[in-house]
Design a protein around this ligand. Structure first.
Ligand SMILES: CC(C)(COP(=O)(O)OP(=O)(O)OC[C@H]1O[C@@H](n2cnc3c(N)ncnc32)[C@H](O)[C@@H]1OP(=O)(O)O)[C@@H](O)C(=O)NCCC(=O)NCCS
Length: 349
């Protein structure tokens, strides 16, 4: 067999900087409780959310991604010209093509860097870090920008009681660079498409296409009525099922990620779970028996659940506010629709 030589590889990668951008408006529980017949008290008790960041109507996910990526680049002391690849994780880019990452790469001055989107919902950022780490190790890139971005406010039905009240808008970005000192541990990840109906989109965009083309052919009055009332697809969840799945699955994933990094839970200084809801964060912290000395990310109280953006935004806050020091050993784990999950230990930049 012919051996192809010359592919450079490196020993490891690390996160050099984290940047963020939050939706401009902090929306209170009272602001959204009316249409779902809820209350500030109910939402605080069940989710720990006090406000959620929501972006202005004119602020796009490309704008938010660019702001977060530029923040990360500035903190890393490099420019877009130094970037070899851009990965954007999102479920709220409402165009099939081109990938949002190509637009972001261009806006930050990284063209002609390869750029692609990744769809793994609330696990998207950790999937992106796994990809960037693997690309750097394989010699495909030395510097990768990973963005997690969502404008969930474009994807919710304000009258939906299942998930709308959790969700916020924002972008978080990491600069991943080649490093002899490994700062990103092995990723433990997976999915369970058998449970795809647990967090789901109300309709497929293809339904609109079929309707436009007059399909299905045998249209009943009931179907015509349904189609006439069609609204754009929005997100729903089976909340209690999600809760149970997270509690039964994610502690094991977290433990495996720590072991894969050659560490024990005693070595973990910072815990950054996906900011799904505060009760989930509390339960995971308890089940992992993390001592009080471990710093736990709780950005959800102010920012809400921003899906792929939540882990980098929570990290950005910990570093900006000085709650977690640079160089700390952090366990991050994302989980959500798919049901997809990913966790890894990282050294904070
Ligand atoms: C969504 C979630 C907060 C709902 O809380 P819950 O306690 O499980 O709520 P349930 O669906 O069991 O309903 C309990 C009661 O609250 C009511 N309720 C449900 N949603 C409500 C809402 N948004 N506002 C007010 N009341 C609500 C129900 O009607 C029910 O009332 P009843 O006891 O009189 O019948 C909770 O399931 C949860 O946090 N799940 C995890 C989901 C998650 O984090 N997803 C993120 C995706 S990664």
């Amino acid at each position: 067999m012919t051996t192809l030589l010359g592919a450079p590889t490196t020993t490891g990668s690390r996160i050099a900087a984290i940047g963020g951008f939050r939706g401009e408006n902090l929306v209170t529980n009272d602001d959204i409780a009316g249409p779902i017949n809820s209350s500030d008290e109910w939402i605080r008790q069940r989710t720990g959310i006090v406000t959620r960041a929501r972006a202005d109507h004119d602020t796009t996910i490309a704008d938010m991604s660019t702001a977060a990526a530029q923040d990360a680049l500035a903190k890393a002391g490099i420019t877009g010209a130094d970037v070899d690849a851009v990965i954007v994780s999102t479920v709220t880019h409402f165009e099939q093509t081109p990938a949002l990452a190509t637009i972001v790469a261009d806006r930050i001055g990284a063209t002609p860097a390869p750029a692609f989107d990744l769809s793994a919902a609330c696990a998207g950022y950790c999937y992106g870090i796994a990809q960037a780490d693997a690309m750097v190790r394989a010699g495909l890139a030395r510097t990768v920008v990973v963005v997690g971005v969502e404008k969930m406010s474009d994807f919710i039905d304000p009258t939906d009681r299942t998930i709308s009240f959790l969700l916020g808008d924002g972008a978080g970005a990491a600069v991943v660079t080649a490093s002899d000192q490994t700062g990103i541990g092995p990723t433990v990840w997976g999915s369970d498409g058998g449970q795809a109906g647990v967090i789901y989109q109300t309709r497929s965009w293809l339904d609109y296409r079929h309707e436009e083309l007059g399909e299905p052919e045998e249209e009943t009055p009931e179907l015509a009525e349904e189609v006439s009332q069609m609204r754009t697809p929005t997100l729903r969840q089976l909340g209690p099922t999600v809760f149970k799945w997270v509690i039964s699955t994610i502690p094991g994933v977290a433990r495996q990620a720590v072991a894969a990094a050659g560490l024990t839970l005693d070595d973990i200084e910072v815990f950054i779970p996906h900011q799904a809801n505060m009760r989930i964060t509390d339960q995971l912290t308890k089940l992992l028996k993390l001592p009080d000395s471990v710093i736990v990310a709780r950005d959800i109280a102010e920012t809400g659940n921003t899906s792929a953006a939540s882990i980098p935004l929570a990290t950005e806050r910990l570093l900006r506010e000085g709650t977690a020091p640079s160089g700390a050993v952090a366990l991050q784990v994302g989980f959500g629709a798919g049901l997809a999950y990913a966790g890894q230990v990282v050294v904070l930049p």
